[in-house]
Design a protein around this ligand. Structure first.
Ligand code: HEM
Length: 130
């Protein structure tokens, strides 16, 4: 990560996280596997994601300060997350990162860091949703 201590600083701090979230959710909303899981008003989700990714990337602990322990896998249990949906989620993030104009190696690093949680949140197999 060059001279930076964490991903948050390396990608450019708060404005970069904001741009990433703003590039990500339109992709989620346009994705046939993902959009049915999300509410029509995506704004509150974007705000939570902004706070979460800020701290996940090593910035200030905005999410925990406001919402307590992240327990992210538990928070995703109400939603049927298949391997296909995890791939779709990461695909949307890949697109958002490409749009960000960040150096390739940073894009790859961010995607790698998010892949662990994304596959960890899988909670159902294909054809057994609900
Ligand atoms: C694996 C595929 C994923 C799917 C299908 C998915 C889907 C969802 C859904 C449906 C919600 C709830 C939206 C609502 O409030 O109604 C949500 C919330 C959230 N997701 Fe994901 N998600 C995935 C992966 C991830 C990953 C990898 C992260 C970050 C590492 C993440 C972070 C969040 C956050 C921070 C929230 C808000 C939690 C809260 O309510 O406080 N998600 N996600």
């Amino acid at each position: 990560m060059n001279a930076y201590n964490n991903i948050y600083d390396a990608i450019g701090g708060a404005p970069a996280v904001r741009r990433l979230v703003e590039a990500f959710y339109p992709r989620v909303q346009a994705h046939p596997l993902l959009s049915p899981l999300f509410p029509e008003d995506i704004t509150p989700v974007m705000e939570k994601q902004y706070m979460f990714l800020t701290q996940f990337f090593g910035g200030p602990s905005l999410y925990s300060d406001r919402h307590g322990h992240p327990m992210m896998r538990a928070r995703h249990l109400p939603f049927p997350i298949t391997k296909e949906r995890a791939d779709a989620w990461l695909g949307c993030m890949r697109g958002a990162l490409a749009e960000s104009g960040l150096p390739e190696e940073l894009q790859t690093l961010v995607l790698q860091r998010l892949s662990g949680p994304a596959y960890h949140f899988i909670n159902t197999g294909d054809g057994e949703e609900g």
